[in-house]
Design a protein around this ligand. Sequence first.
Ligand code: AMP
Ligand code: MG
Length: 488
Amino acid sequence: MSDQSSTGAGWNFEYSYTELPELLYTKQMPTPVSSPKLLLFNEKLATSLGLDVGELTSTEGINTLSGNACPPGAQPLAQAYAGHQFGNFTMLGDGRAILLGEQMTPNGKLYDIQLKGSGKTPYSRGGDGRAALGPMLREYLISEAMHGLGVDTNRSLGVVSTGEFVYRETPLPGAVLTRVAKSHLRFGTFEYVFRWGTEDDLKALAEYAINRHYPQIKKESHPYLSLLNEVIKVHAKQIAKWQLVGFVHGVMNTDNMTISGETIDYGPCAFMNTYDPATVFSSIDVQGRYAYGNQPYMGAWNLSRFAESLLPLLSEDKEEAVSRAQEAISNFSKEYHREWYSGMRAKLGLFDEEDEDKTLIDRLLGMMEKSESDFTNTFLDLTFGQSNETKKIERFSEWESLWNSRLKRQNEDSSATFELMKRSNPAVIPRNHQVEEALEAAVTEGDMGKIEKLLLVLEDPYAHKGEQKAFNSPPDTSAPPYQTYCGT
Ligand code: AMP
Ligand code: MG
C-alpha cells in the first residue's frame, strides 16, 4: 500500500467509528489488485460528496477505488457484527468490505465510503474477501435505481474490475464496488454487542447511533426508547416503499437491516413483474420467508431482534424493559399500514382519506392477483387512462366506476390527480430480464453501453419520458421463472 501524494481528489475523512469500543472493528488495509480498470463511475454522487471527478477517475483515483492506494492519513477498518440469517443467530462482520473512511461532505454530512470485494479481513470466515464483477455491477445498478425510485438507500460511487479471477463454481472476473452509506450500523451490530460486549459497550453504540442518525432525540427523557421508536418508523416507511414499487429484497437478515433506515445489501433482490404476494426470486429462500408479501412481517420480526438487543438500556427492571419494547414493536404494524395506504392512495390519485379507501385498494390488488397483472404497468394504465394491462382484469369496469366516483368526491381537479399519479407510479423499474441482458453484455463482452442506458432511463422513473416506454415490457411469458443467487 502506498499513500496517495495529493488530496486533490477531495477526500475529507473522519473516523468516528474508531471512538467506539474496540470489539466493534479491526483496522485493516484493502488487499491490492493486479490491474484495476474503472467501469462505472457516478459523477453526480462524487460531486455531491465534495470529490473531484477528474482526480478520482485518474490512475491515482482508480488506485483508491480499487484498494491499491489509500488517501493520506487513511485508517481503513473492517466492522464486526452478528445477525440472524434466515432465523439463525451467527457471528458475521465485514468479510469482504473495508471502510475506507467517513467522508465529511461540503454541506456537513457524514457518509461511509466502503470498498466491497477488497480482500480478506479477520471476519472473512474462510471466504476469499473478493466479489465477482456481475454482482457488483448489479448492486450499482439496482441501488441507483432504488435511489431514483425515491427509496432511501446506500449509493454506488464506482465499480472497478480487478484484472483477477474470483473462483466460484467457475472462474469469474473480479471487481471492487465503492459503496456510500449514511452508516453501516446494522441491527446485527447491536446484536453483536448485546451478545459479546458489556452494558457500557452497548450504551456507547446506542449513543453513537443517536448522534449520527437521530440527534433530535438526544434530549428526550428516554433516548434509547426513542432510538427504537425512530428505527421502527424508518423501517415502516422503507418497507412500505418497497411494497409500493414491487421490490423484493430477498435477504432480510438482521445484518442487512440498517439503523439509518437505508436499504442495503443488493444481493438476491429483484423487482416483481406480475402482482403476487408469494413472489420470491432468491434460490436459497426455498420457504418464501422473504417473499414480497412477507416483507412487512419480517420487518417486524427483525425489529424485535433489534429491540431485544436494546433491552438492558430500556429499563433497569427487566419486565418493564420487555413491556416497553413490546409496546414499541406493536406500533410497527400501525406505522407500516399508515405508510402503505397513504402510498397506495397516492398511486390512485387520492389526496384525502375515506374509510372505504382500504376496500377499494384491497379489491384492486385482489383482482390484479387473480388476473396475474403486471404490477407496474397496471398503475401506469390507471395514470394514463390506458387499458393495456387492465383489459385482462375481469369486471375491471365495475371497480373503475367506483374509483371514478371516489375521485369526483375530492376537491382537486383531474390535472392535480394526474400529476400526483405520475409522481407516485414509476414509468420504469429495473426489469430482471433487461438487467440480466445488460450484465451479460458487460461481463462477457466488456460492453457497458446497455448498463449505462439502463442507468440513464432509471435515473428519474417519475419523469415519464417517451424513451422510458421501451423498457416497460415484462419478460416473455414462456421465459423460465427468474432466480437470483447470493454469496457471490
Ligand atoms: P451477505 O449475504 O452479503 O449479507 O453476506 C453475509 C456475510 O458473509 C457477511 O459477513 C459478508 O461479509 C460475508 N461474505 C460474503 N461473501 C464473502 C466472501 N467472498 N469472502 C468473505 N466474506 C464474505
Ligand atoms: Mg450483508
